[in-house]
Design a protein around this ligand. Structure first.
Ligand code: EPU
Length: 416
């Protein structure tokens, strides 16, 4: 199993290009199920989750051809509206096929994803919404079995803000009869990117990016060319790494306008940040100051950046209080950071991080994607060698992270 070996102590310096957004690319790939015509995507990141999604769609009869920087997907016919447990268990985003399959085929059988390292993560809101739209849904041997000759538009009020739940229902509503209104919808930029792609395919959607999304159903969608938005979490991860190491970096191919809460926290920590039209430059000329934060749905601070900021706070001057409100078990990285010398106390959903002058390299274990990213940041600032085991988590969401950090001067290598 691959590991990363990092020799810390080098301030990151230089320029790299940010990848397309994983959490936009995955739902957009599922949108291909809604049309018989080709969906030509560019700026698709080269990630394990993207390959898994292409494989999952392939099992349903969708042709998925990799192109330079992207994929062309065509669901001319769907041979089998089934998402098997074997793939779903490796990637929870697989549940995003449920809405489109049901809308296009009138039936779907999708494995329940089960729990994962960061929390229980039920899909009751997806099921509840589709049921309200007229689907008959049963749970059979670990599978969601859904049937609906044609979904019908209704007003849905979500019990909580769910990103993939909003995306699943928005996709299903595109081919429903009548208008669906999703209230308490997720406002994440990735939901907006999916909506923009669906509109380019002929869908009639308004309100994406607000908490009320309205979808007027149409009888069919057509193909289109679409460029996936930049990854705001990858952007934030590189910026946090640069800040923690006292570096100076310029990121290109990104979008500062969707990172307000993260940039505000980096500025609070003492970083100087300049946002261009598609670039962000950061320089950190002093030891970072501790920043307290609380995760919440967009536009507030993203849960997907919480672990990386815990690594930054671990070496900052002062004490930070980090509160996680989205997932109930998303502090697994704290225990590994402690192995590197971080001073962190956890109580329920709150972590108190007392910054130390230095971390010391050690062998640590990645537990989930963003936890892995926080360990990489900690390794970059630690004295001596840090070895991170189980980096397959990292490969799910960061394209060749060791290559790109090397371009910024980091001493990091992948070892078998
Ligand atoms: N929830 C329910 N019932 C539901 C759906 C969600 O109780 O039917 C709960 C979840 O358990 C969680 C909260 O609602 O406590 C929010 O979960 P959400 O549904 O928004 O998360 P998600 O859609 O499964 C996406 C991202 C995650 C990201 C979260 C929150 C994708 C593919 N995944 O997950 O990304 O953390 O939104 O922003 O878009 C990652 O990239 O590392 C990652 C985990």
């Amino acid at each position: 199993m691959d590991k990363l070996r990092i020799r810390g102590g080098v301030p990151l310096s230089g320029e790299i290009r940010v990848s397309g957004a994983k959490n936009a690319a995955l739902p957009i790939m599922c949108a291909a199920l809604l049309s018989a015509e080709p969906l030509r995507l560019t700026n698709v990141p080269n990630l394990r989750d993207v390959a898994t999604m292409a494989k999952l769609l392939g099992q349903m009869g969708v042709s998925a051809n990799a192109t330079p920087g992207g994929y062309t997907l065509q669901a001319a016919q769907i041979s089998s509206p089934l998402a098997h447990y074997d793939l779903v268990r490796t990637m929870r985003a697989s549940v995003l096929v449920l809405g489109p399959l049901l809308a296009r085929c009138g039936e779907a059988k999708v494995s329940l994803p089960g729990g994962c390292a960061i929390g229980l993560r039920p899909v009751d809101q997806h099921v509840k919404g589709l049921t309200a739209m007229g689907a008959e849904i049963t749970m059979e041997q670990g599978y969601i079995v859904a049937r609906a000759p044609r979904l019908r538009g209704v007003r849905l009020v979500m019990d909580l803000v769910t990103v993939t739940g909003t995306e699943n229902l928005m996709m299903a509503a595109c081919l429903a009869e009548g208008t669906t209104v999703i209230e308490n919808a997720a406002r994440e930029p990735e939901v907006v990117d999916l909506a923009n792609c669906l509109v380019a395919m002929g869908a009639r959607i308004s309100g994406a990016g607000t908490d009320v999304i309205s979808v007027e159903g149409v009888s069919a969608l057509h193909g289109c060319d679409y460029t996936v938005m930049p990854d705001r979490i990858e952007t934030g991860t590189f910026l946090a790494a640069a800040a923690a190491t006292g570096g100076r970096v310029r990121l290109t191919g990104t979008d500062g306008s969707i990172l307000d809460s993260v940039l505000a926290k980096l500025r609070e920590s003492g970083a100087e940040i300049v946002v261009g039209s598609d670039t962000i430059s950061l320089s950190m000329m002093r030891r970072a100051r501790s920043v307290s934060l609380r995760t919440s749905p967009y536009p507030a601070f993203p849960t997907d950046m919480q672990a990386q900021f815990m690594a930054l706070d671990a070496v900052a001057g002062g004490t930070a209080v980090i509160t996680e409100t989205i997932f109930e078990n998303r502090f697994m990285h704290a225990i590994e950071l402690q192995r590197l010398g971080a001073e962190i106390e956890i109580s329920g959903n709150t972590a108190v991080v007392r910054g130390v002058e230095k971390l010391q390299g050690a062998t640590v274990m990645a537990t989930d994607l963003r936890a892995s990213a926080s360990l990489v940041i900690a390794g970059l600032v630690a004295d001596g060698d840090t070895v991170i085991d189980r980096i397959y988590h990292l490969d799910r969401g960061y394209d060749a992270i060791e290559v790109r950090l090397s371009q910024l001067g980091a001493r990091i290598e992948r070892v078998a």
